[in-house]
Design a protein around this ligand. Sequence first.
Ligand code: SF4
Ligand code: SF4
Ligand code: SF4
Length: 303
Amino acid sequence: MNTPLILNLKGNSLDDGPGIRTAVFVKGCPLDCVWCHNPEGKKTEAELFVSPDKCIGCRTCESVCEKQAASPDHPGIVDRSKCVRCFSCVEKCPPKCLERLGTEMSIESIVEKCLKDKPFYDISGGGVTLTGGEAAMFPEWCGELASQLYLKGIKVYLETSGHFNYEKVRRHLYPSLSGIYMDIKLIDRDAHIKYCGVPNDLILKNLQRVYKDSRFDFFFFMTRTPLIPGITDTDENLSAIADLYVKIGISETELLPYNPTWYKKAEGLGTAAKNDLIRTEHWQTEEKLEHCKEIFRKRNIAC
Ligand code: SF4
Ligand code: SF4
Ligand code: SF4
């Protein structure tokens, strides 16, 4: 079984499905979206996150690092071309401006932690959401975790990019899954390759399959589109998504307003520069959001 590293177990989450939830963030994603709001979830391996603004210039990292990769004299503290991600510097940094992202966690320990919040799930209609990264990259592992949670009476949702092995997700995850949120970002295939790193054929195929399954198997299914200025939030793209939903029979969707804070995280991982082309500090206006929603509502799609 392919086992992911865990980025975070975020308790008391109100953003990842109904009620109070614990979001299990796994590390690894087959896509490479330039605006990724969780860039620390893209790579499957552990990464070093640096917060230079916390640095007090003590030079401990410099003395610990055998590769001469860390020094307060380097722009951004760590020279990524030399760093071998041994993480020796992490524990030694007094103000904790060096962090390891991605830890091993057993399924049993995740279940144990989630069980502590079960009373909150029960009173709020919440549960656990598998997210990332792309949790569905690890269908057997997710299936085992979901099944153990299910047996404890905890409802499990999946947040996904839709880029997954359908047969494996169906076999391993469906039996214990209560709901799926699937992101639909771009309809144009070339644009999808340019901005998300992969073609969208598999995603669009899975969209139709999973939507159909949700109607027969009665699990919750919701599509979502992150609104990225000038990329996904154009009239052309949103109209094409809405037209596809009409064709498939999808009558409800969600739009996720642009969140510019992703850039700070990408800077800490040393991956911000390549994504400079879409950097913008601005949140979307209410007028713009309404305009985007109207594109769906005009086609009788609740939004
Ligand atoms: S992770 Fe290892 S190689 Fe990288 S900066 Fe820290 S000590 Fe040096
Ligand atoms: S150990 Fe931490 S605080 Fe000290 S110089 Fe290195 S990064 Fe800065
Ligand atoms: S699919 Fe989600 S997690 Fe993966 S790169 Fe895109 S935005 Fe990031």
